[in-house]
Design a protein around this ligand. Structure first.
Ligand SMILES: *Cc1c(COP(=O)(O)O)cnc(C)c1O
Length: 382
């Protein structure tokens, strides 16, 4: 076994795919620190800058005094506390849905939905760029699965004709490596026509998009009737951790009773649920954060194009500059690091072959000057 592992690691290294772990020495913020070097952080999903918001820090201190630091058990045993209950109700109201259910994280929420709704002989259809956790959920279900070309509804329709059994169409709302968005209403029409169940994973839209920050579905006016299964996470724009699924009473009760990634794991610490609730309140109280972020996004897109950088069109916080080749992408990220910018170098298998890229994430905690400095550095290394 050891020899086999070493061999696979060596192959991985030769392909330029080795990934380091960076140990940061300061709290998550627009400015961070890595081995004594101050850095501007353009690689975090803390899109609104809430992860180290003073109000939320105080809230966590107070709620951990009241609720302790751990839940002690799974939800169905004795780990479900008042803050969990309040957060579920708040999520249901905020997303305009009948009911919501909390999960330890988004990965497990996706595993839970697909593995409990589907089984052998059923079908899941994935956008080709869906998040790994959606793919893994389908695999865990033992369902047949088809991947349709990214955003290609004609291709989806063809695939639908080969579907058998119960059928779920699953799509990221905002695609995590490209920053573009799913055509939710068109997907919904297709799904209804084919008698399929539509699931949207809004990990990157929740908190950021929509007039109140309720996500991509709010942004496009899609209701529970359009999208029966909505998944969202708290570890990105909301700045905390955990995830939810929201939908009909029947769907949620079914997940509660049958979804193993819900049942067989310790509940989120109740204090964390309390902070997440406060974080949802901040979406309204500090709506300037969404406006400022949108301003930075528009500025970055406009300037990147002016500098002839190969940036994908994106109206979201995720901005991808495509370089293509793996080693070159790693070098570019390294050069940016030397200039004081932390950006992600994303390579296959996270993205398709020959589309390695710098993944730049903008945040409401960036100043315009941060973005200008990054653009200047990108220009130099280009
Ligand atoms: C981050 C992410 C997840 C996983 O959520 P976690 O709470 O981090 O486990 C799922 N889906 C998408 C699209 C994501 O970007």
């Amino acid at each position: 076994m050891e020899a086999f592992l070493r061999h696979r690691l060596a192959t991985h290294r030769q392909a330029g795919l080795m990934r380091p772990t960076r140990t940061l020495q300061r709290a998550q913020h627009a400015h961070t620190q890595l081995e004594q070097q101050g850095l501007r952080n353009f690689s975090s999903n803390d899109y609104l800058g809430l992860a180290s918001h003073p109000k939320l820090i105080r809230c966590l201190q107070e709620s951990s005094t009241q609720w302790g630091v751990g839940a002690g058990a799974s939800h169905l045993v004795s780990g479900h506390f008042q803050p969990h209950h309040e957060l579920e109700q708040a999520i249901a109201a905020f997303t305009g849905r009948s009911r919501a259910l909390l999960f330890s994280n988004g990965y497990m929420a996706n595993l839970a939905v697909l593995s409990s709704l589907l089984g052998k002989g059923d079908t899941v259809l994935h956008d080709r760029l869906n998040h790994a956790s959606l793919l893994d959920g389908g695999v865990l279900a033992g369902a047949r699965f088809f991947r349709y070309r990214h955003l290609d509804l004609d291709h989806l329709q063809q695939r639908l004709q080969r579907a058998t059994g119960h059928c779920v169409i699953a799509s990221d709302g905002v695609f995590s490596m490209d920053g573009d968005v799913a055509p939710v209403l068109a997907l919904s029409a297709l799904a209804r026509h084919a008698n399929a169940y539509l699931m949207i994973d809004d990990a990157h839209g929740f908190g950021v998009l929509g007039a109140r920050g309720a996500g991509l579905l709010e942004h496009v006016g899609a209701t529970q009737e359009h999208v029966p299964i909505l998944m969202g996470t708290f570890g990105k724009a909301l700045g905390t951790a955990g995830a939810f699924v929201a939908g009909s009473d029947t769907l949620i009760e079914y997940l509660r009773q049958f979804a193993r990634p819900y049942i067989y794991t310790t509940a989120l610490p109740p204090a964390l649920a309390a902070v997440t609730l406060e974080s949802i309140n901040l979406l309204e109280q500090e709506s300037w954060r969404r406006r400022h972020l949108q301003h930075l996004i528009a500025y970055f897109q406009h300037e990147a194009r002016r500098l002839a950088l190969n940036v994908l069109p994106s109206q979201t916080a995720i901005q991808a500059v495509i370089l293509g080749e793996n080693t070159r992408t790693v070098q570019a990220a390294q050069q940016l690091l030397q200039k004081g910018f932390l950006v992600g170098a994303i390579r296959p298998p996270t993205v398709p072959k020959n589309s390695a890229r710098l993944r730049i994430t903008l945040s409401a905690s960036h100043q315009l000057e941060d973005v200008q400095a990054l653009l200047a550095a990108l220009r130099q290394i280009a």
